[in-house]
Every structure is written in structure tokens, then in C-alpha cells.
Design a protein around this ligand. Structure first.
Ligand SMILES: *[C@@H]1O[C@H](CO)[C@@H](O)[C@H](O)[C@H]1NC(C)=O
Ligand SMILES: *[C@@H]1O[C@H](CO)[C@@H](O)[C@H](O)[C@H]1NC(C)=O
Ligand SMILES: *[C@@H]1O[C@H](CO)[C@@H](O)[C@H](O)[C@H]1NC(C)=O
Ligand SMILES: *[C@@H]1O[C@H](CO)[C@@H](O)[C@H](O)[C@H]1NC(C)=O
Ligand SMILES: [Zn+2]
Length: 572
């Protein structure tokens, strides 16, 4: 070991002592680092690759009818050419009815004409699926929301609720020429039905009706009541549709009255390195919060400006916000936790050894946990699965080149992490505005309440800009209701869709990135699944995009799923 280069040793013995001290310190710290590395490595090395109870394979569940008829109905749904063409035609007909929904639609009372196109869809449903209309009570909520109730023989059992929406996102006019087939033609080429709404989510709407019509035809009589709920403005927040349907259902059936709710949502995918199929029901949604911040200052001529105009002060706030992002957290509260554990146990070689081990240890080992966070946050798409996002999306201020701006407005959008709340995010936001207000001697109001008195320099006003939504409550995993959903998925896909799978399908919870109509249904049950079990990713289905389409193979699988799932739940 070399000593430090010292020009002229003044006191040799002192120098020697120094060298020894440094050597001891160096050896000591190296030993400590080695120890940490070694035990960390050893701990990881000895971490079980398939720990007991982590990511179980849920048992297949089959309805009695499947066993009795040897799967003939399910196989007819999946493989009969006549049925296939019929299903494609039904979905195509639905796509042909234009139900585009633009932002801020008028209320039904204010503009009946705007909403009347839904009459056409209702008429189509009634003539295409007469079995369902004959069997169930139909109630129209806020004129165009639809609720069907197919009464079960045992009124004590909580109803099963299936949901979808009738509206579709608008087609942007300047993209019309990019569409392979016109978006409302419902073109069917033998493989896909093309057009707006074909995969979001008239496919779900159609599949639910087809499954129920077929159940009726095959003499199924439910024990447990079945409720269907279809809003008509999901794409613009669902206030007029599901927002009215929810209180109606709560009044009719009561709080916590549903057995489970299955609405549109996440689907299935194939893990590339192992070809294993993952099914990912969405069990939670992040929260949502828009905060508007206004800064009001005295005006004046811009030839004699103060040192900081309101725009300059707002810029200071903006810098503070962006310089202070939220910390990522990774806990079992987040469905991503269980999903990653499943990937670690069954996911093959896509994950590195260290990442795999760290995921398995991340519930109790801090170092492992922060390693997983580092991995997730290294990519912008996965980062916000575990972190509150903040994005300044709108800024307005100033009127004229020679006048000082009297008002500047900033809108900041947040998607709230699973472990956080609207209050927590609001508080943090306000604390930054508070700091800027103090620095520039300004007043501060928060949601109308005075926090700092307004001064001659002006004041900030911070407000919830509307549409805020708490993080969705947790859907329980592993109970009876979950096992039926998972068991039905495995049953349809392993018994009928693919009979050649060598490994069982993995069913794991997932976070739902968008918000669906289920935001209004929280009071009805804890068992909410945002789930469309098809094997069609975005590149296949092109949801919300040009050339949206639905592969008919997948559509038939969804029909088979609902057909079997309803029976499995009914027999449970
Ligand atoms: C049941 O269906 C399978 C698959 O189509 C077929 O191979 C088998 O012979 C059928 N069994 C009976 C008893 O019909
Ligand atoms: C189903 O549709 C395809 C393509 O449109 C057609 O070629 C086929 O003859 C049809 N089959 C039946 C049984 O109708
Ligand atoms: C299993 O069958 C499907 C079609 O049913 C086919 O696309 C797939 O390649 C088969 N997989 C294997 C491993 O043979
Ligand atoms: C759920 O119930 C609570 C308490 O009764 C009520 O304040 C809330 O608005 C309800 N939520 C929804 C989405 O209906
Ligand atoms: Zn949708």
C-alpha cells in the first residue's frame, strides 16, 4: 500500500502513525463494503426462485354445462364459421352507428338532438338481440344510459354486473384519408372488423349481448341476478352516463350490493422469451388531480416594470415544481408489485438475475426494493406505475406588449400514485406556492380560503380544477371472486382456445392506466375488474387511433369468456 505523497516529512514517527491509521481505515471500509456486497449477493443467491405462495397458478374452473356437452357450445363460438360471420356482422353493424363523443357534451335536456343518435344504437341492440330484451328488464337512465336486469331465482344473492360503454372517441377529420377503410363502414375482411369503436369498446358491448343471448337460447336460468350497465359518455368522463347509473343502482340494490363488476380494461399478453400467457385484470387505478394556479398582480406600463412581473414569478414556481418531482414508491399496495413477482417467477430470461432476485425480495429488503425502483423509473412508461406524475399542461398570461400582465394562470395535471391521496398532492403543491408567495411577499388562497393575506404585490389563488379522483380502492386478490375470474380465464383459453399450451396461464393483477366508468361504481362492490381477456395488444387493436380494428378470433374468445364466466359465477 502506498502512503500519501508528502514532500518533506517533518516528523517521521507522526507520518508513520498517519499511514497506519489510513491503512487501517482503508482496510476497515473495504471489509465493510465486501461484507455488504458479499452478504447482499449471498442473500440474493439464496433467495428462492419460486417462493411458496408467490404468484400462485389459480385452479381452472369449469361450468357444468361445459362438462355435460363436452365443450360443444364453446367450440361452436370459437370455431364455427357461421357463428364467426354472424358475430362479425353484429359487431360491424354496431360500429356503423356513429356514437362519437366530443369533450364537454351538452346535457340531454339542453340538446336532445345531439344525443338522438343513441336511439339508433338502442334500436339496433333491440332488433339484434331480442332474446336479451325479452328476458331482462330494461331501464333507461338519463334517457340514453342502459341498465338491464336479468332476475335470478335467488334474490338473496348479490348480482353479477357486466359493463361497457356505448360511445366512441371522435375520429380526427385530418386523419380520415389515413384510414384503410372508412371509420364507420364496419368493414369485415374475414379476419378483422375495422372502424372506430371496434375495439373500444363496442366489442365488449357486443360480446356481452351475444353471450347472454346464447345463454338464453340454451335455456340457462340464472340463480344470481345479472345486471348490465352501459353508459354513453365514458370517453369524456362518464358523468352523464355511469354518473347517473351508479346512484340508480345504489338506490335499487343498495351499497356494496354487487357480487363483482367486470368492465372494459386490460387484457392478456404473451411474454416474449417464454411464450407464456399472462392475463392481467386491472384491479386499481391511479388518482387524478388538476390544480389551477392563478397569480394576480397590479398592472401598469411595461416601460417601468417591477423587478419581477407575474410571468417571471410564475416561472420561478414552475422551476420549483419541475425541480422537485415525486419519489417513486414500490409496495404491495400497487398491483404492479404482484405482477412483477409473477414475472420474476414465471417470466423467463427477460429480467436479469439481479432484478429477478430483487423483485422477489422487494417486499422486505430495502436495497432490493430500491433496485427495483431504479429499474422501473429508468423508463418513462414504467416509471409512472410507481410514481405520482406532475405535468404543467396549460399556461396563460399577458395581453399586450406594453402592459404588465395582471393575471397568469397555470394548470398542472397529476396522476396520483397508489400509495398517495389528493390531499397529500395538494399539500405538497401548496407548499411550493407558499414558498414563492413568501419570497415575493404575495398573498395565497387555497380553494377559496386565505392562507396568506393578499398584499399590495398581489396574490396566488390555488384551486382544484375539477374532475379530481382519488386512487381507486383495492380489489381483493385470491378470494373466491378472484379465483372464479382467473379460473374462467384459464378454462376458456386452456380447455378450448389453445389446447396445446404446455404451461398454465398466469393471472396477475395490474394497474389500469386510464380511468373507466368504474370510477362511479366504487360504492357497489370492492370486486371491480377492468378486464377484457383477449390477446390483442395496442399494435393489433389500435385503440383510439387510425385503423382501429378488432380481430374476430379475439372477439369470439371474449364471447366464450362471458358465456362461461356467467355460468361459473352462477354455480359458485
Ligand atoms: C369431446 O371433445 C373432444 C374434443 O373435440 C373430442 O376429442 C372427444 O371425442 C369428445 N368426447 C366425447 C365423449 O364426445
Ligand atoms: C363467412 O365469411 C367469409 C368472408 O366474408 C366467406 O368467405 C364465407 O363463405 C362465409 N362463411 C359462411 C359459412 O357464411
Ligand atoms: C398452438 O396452437 C395455436 C393455434 O391454435 C398456434 O397458433 C400455436 O402456434 C400453437 N403453439 C404451439 C407451441 O404449437
Ligand atoms: C359513495 O358513497 C359516498 C357516501 O355515501 C358518497 O359520498 C359518494 O358520492 C358515493 N360515490 C359515488 C361514486 O357514488
Ligand atoms: Zn373504452
Amino acid at each position: 500500500m502506498r502512503g500519501l505523497p508528502i514532500d518533506k516529512p517533518t516528523n517521521p514517527s507522526k507520518r508513520k502513525l498517519g499511514t497506519i491509521a489510513i491503512a487501517i481505515a482503508a482496510i476497515g471500509s473495504m471489509a465493510l463494503i465486501m461484507d455488504l456486497l458479499l452478504t447482499g449477493y449471498l442473500k440474493m443467491y439464496f433467495t428462492n426462485d419460486k417462493p411458496e405462495g408467490v404468484c400462485p397458478i389459480w385452479d381452472i374452473q369449469r361450468p357444468k354445462s361445459f362438462i355435460e356437452n363436452n365443450g360443444s357450445v364453446v367450440r361452436e363460438i370459437l370455431f364455427d364459421e357461421k357463428f364467426r360471420n354472424g358475430s362479425a356482422a353484429k359487431l360491424s353493424g354496431m360500429v356503423q352507428i356513429d356514437t362519437q363523443m366530443r369533450d364537454n357534451p351538452p346535457t340531454v335536456e339542453d340538446d336532445p338532438e345531439y344525443w338522438s343518435r343513441f336511439k339508433k344504437l338502442h334500436l339496433y341492440l333491440e332488433t339484434t338481440f331480442p332474446e336479451v330484451y325479452e328476458t331482462a328488464d330494461v331501464v333507461k337512465i338519463n334517457t340514453y344510459g342502459l341498465v338491464f336486469t336479468w332476475k335470478g331465482s335467488d334474490e338473496k344473492l348479490k348480482p353479477l354486473m357486466l359493463a361497457a360503454h356505448q360511445d366512441v372517441v371522435p375520429v380526427q377529420k385530418d386523419t380520415l384519408s389515413d384510414w384503410t377503410y372508412p371509420p364507420f363502414e364496419g368493414h369485415y375482411d374475414g379476419e378483422y372488423v375495422w372502424g372506430r369503436g371496434s375495439s373500444d369498446c363496442k366489442n365488449v358491448l357486443s360480446a356481452i349481448f351475444e353471450a347472454l343471448a346464447l345463454l338464453k337460447k340454451n335455456k340457462f336460468k340464472p340463480t344470481r341476478t345479472i345486471v348490465l350497465a352501459f353508459g354513453m359518455d365514458e370517453e369524456v368522463s362518464g358523468r352523464l352516463g355511469a354518473g347517473h347509473i351508479a346512484p340508480y343502482l345504489e338506490k335499487t340494490f343498495g351499497k356494496n350490493s354487487m357480487y363483482a363488476i367486470v368492465d372494459e380494461g386490460a387484457g392478456m399478453s404473451i411474454e416474449p422469451s417464454t411464450q407464456r400467457i399472462f392475463a392481467l385484470p386491472g384491479t386499481r387505478e391511479k388518482g387524478y388531480l388538476d390544480i389551477s394556479t392563478e397569480l394576480i398582480t397590479p398592472g401598469g406600463h411595461s416601460s417601468i416594470p417591477p423587478e419581477h412581473t407575474s410571468i417571471g414569478i410564475m416561472a420561478e414556481l414552475e422551476k420549483l415544481i419541475e425541480g422537485d418531482p415525486y419519489k417513486a414508491v414500490f409496495t404491495p399496495e400497487n398491483p404492479t408489485f404482484e405482477f412483477l413477482q409473477c414475472l420474476a417467477v414465471h417470466g423467463g430470461d427477460k429480467l436479469s438475475w439481479r432484478l429477478r432476485k430483487s423483485i422477489l425480495r422487494s417486499g422486505y429488503d430495502k436495497i432490493a426494493n430500491s433496485y427495483v425502483i431504479k429499474y422501473l423509473t429508468s423508463n418513462r412508461v414504467t416509471k409512472y406505475l410507481v410514481q405520482t406524475s406532475q405535468a404543467m399542461d396549460i399556461i396563460r398570461g399577458g395581453e399586450k406588449n406594453n402592459a404588465l400582465p395582471e393575471s397568469v394562470q397555470l394548470l398542472t395535471n397529476h396522476r396520483v400514485a397508489i400509495e398517495s391521496t389528493i390531499q397529500e398532492v395538494t399539500d405538497r403543491f401548496v407548499s411550493r406556492v407558499h414558498a414563492v408567495a413568501k419570497k415575493f411577499d404575495l398573498g395565497l388562497k387555497v380553494n377559496g380560503e386565505t392562507v396568506l393575506e393578499s398584499t399590495s404585490n398581489g396574490h396566488f389563488s390555488v384551486k382544484d380544477a375539477g374532475h379530481s379522483l382519488e386512487v381507486a380502492p383495492k380489489t381483493p386478490i385470491g378470494d373466491k371472486v378472484w379465483k372464479e375470474l382467473a379460473g374462467a380465464t384459464r378454462h376458456v383459453y386452456e380447455d378450448a382456445v389453445f389446447t396445446n399450451l404446455t404451461e398454465p396461464i398466469i393471472v396477475a393483477p395490474a394497474i389500469m392506466t386510464g380511468n373507466t366508468d368504474t370510477r362511479y361504481y366504487w360504492n357497489l362492490t370492492h370486486n371491480i375488474f377492468r378486464y377484457t381477456p383477449v390477446l390483442a395488444g395496442f399494435t393489433d387493436s389500435r385503440i383510439h387511433s387510425v385503423d382501429e380494428r378488432m380481430g374476430i378470433d379475439n372477439h369470439l374468445r371474449l364471447i366464450a369468456f362471458f358465456y362461461e364466466y356467467v355460468q361459473i359465477v352462477d354455480e359458485a
